[in-house]
Design a protein around this ligand. Structure first.
Ligand code: FMN
Length: 327
């Protein structure tokens, strides 16, 4: 009996317990809470430090207070504690690479990003959808983190949608699929201008619908979105965890969890040089996943005339070609 399917129909939790007994499971439960992503930075003289942080939260409007938490082991901690000010850059949906750049220690991070200087000299990243320039109001001890409460002196908001982070993975905001066609078609019916055309809404809703349907096929093979991405990437050849993290767009903890799960199932193995590779078993599962995807596509497209499909492919291809960088 496939445990994943069994659990899907069960009203009980997938995993539960005390945090101390299984910190990875605890971390996965925390990851069920979706957040945005920020880069928080501070500078003093020539030294500029910054890091990706999704612990950002609003606290109070009057006075204007926000908070975030920083790991006590972070190399940047002394700068944040000493400088007494920091900038918060809320990342836009196109800034996943920026999050990756600041989400792990790397040399010359600010040399690789475009930014302007804020009022305390703190960097304000270009492309961010909001900036908050803060002075440190208080520092609260929070276990293995310090909680920094900031008083916002200045803010700026820009057009754009936020980058999201949930279940250890990046995402982009889309309206709930049940809401999209209804609102779009209602505004078309009323003859009012809809913010987004029915066509674009349908494209988004179709993508979400198809992904949800394919999820069941993945589960039949005991594969998750995260393990599926790793199996796909490793089918091109062995690679290091760093590269996997970048190329599968999984956060550090989601990648670690997925690699542990795959290794326990005997589908991946770590080579003596540290790189990860597929085992024969992993290659089989990956092959089955690909066949399942092909079969799924055939089933979904059954009954649609070839000329309609060709038109749809042409239209979608044209739209993709127009994607450009400035959305
Ligand atoms: C999406 C995302 C969110 C993160 N959120 C936090 C956070 O809230 N607090 C934290 O201390 N580290 C967080 N990190 C990890 C830091 O960005 C990372 O450890 C960084 O390299 C710290 O830099 P430093 O050790 O050079 O100071 C996050 C990383 C990512 C990718």
């Amino acid at each position: 009996m496939n445990q994943a399917i069994d659990l899907m129909h069960s009203p009980g939790p997938v995993e539960e317990g005390k945090p101390a007994d299984d910190f990875r499971a605890f971390r996965r439960a925390l990851g069920q809470f979706a957040t945005g992503v920020t880069v928080i930075a501070t500078s003093a003289g020539d030294e500029i430090v910054g890091m990706a942080a999704n612990s950002f939260s609003t606290v109070s409007l009057e006075p204007p207070l926000v908070l975030w938490s920083i790991r006590k082991e972070s190399k940047s901690l002394p700068a944040f504690l000493n400088n007494g000010h920091f900038s918060i850059n809320v990342l836009g949906e196109n800034q996943m690479e920026i999050s990756g750049l600041f989400g792990r220690p790397q040399p010359d991070q600010f040399g690789q990003a475009k930014w302007n200087v804020g009022s305390h000299g703190d960097p304000l990243l270009e492309g961010a959808i909001a900036h908050f320039e803060c002075v440190t109001e208080s520092v609260i001890d929070g276990g293995d983190h310090h909680i920094l409460v900031g008083r916002v002196e200045r803010f700026a908001r820009f057009d754009g949608a936020p980058l999201l982070f949930a279940q250890g993975q990046y995402g982009v905001p889309v309206a709930h699929p049940d809401a999209i066609p209804a609102s779009a078609s209602a505004s078309v019916k009323d003859g009012q201008e809809s913010e987004e055309s029915l066509f674009l809404s349908l494209v988004k809703a179709t993508d979400q619908h198809m992904s949800a349907l394919f999820q069941e096929h993945r589960q039949e093979l005991g594969v998750t979105v995260a393990t599926g991405r790793i199996l796909n990437r490793l089918s091109q050849g062995p690679c290091a965890a760093d590269t996997l993290e970048l190329e599968t767009f999984l956060g550090e903890s989601a990648l670690e969890d997925a690699l542990t799960e795959l290794a326990q199932k005997g589908q991946v193995v770590q080579l003596p040089d540290g790189e990860w590779d597929l085992t024969d078993n992993g290659r089989e599962v990956r092959g089955a996943l690909r066949r399942s995807a092909e079969q799924f596509t055939i089933e979904q497209l059954r009954g649609i005339p070839a000329t309609d499909l060709a038109t749809a492919e042409r239209v979608l291809g044209t739209l993709l070609g127009r994607g450009g960088t400035d959305r």
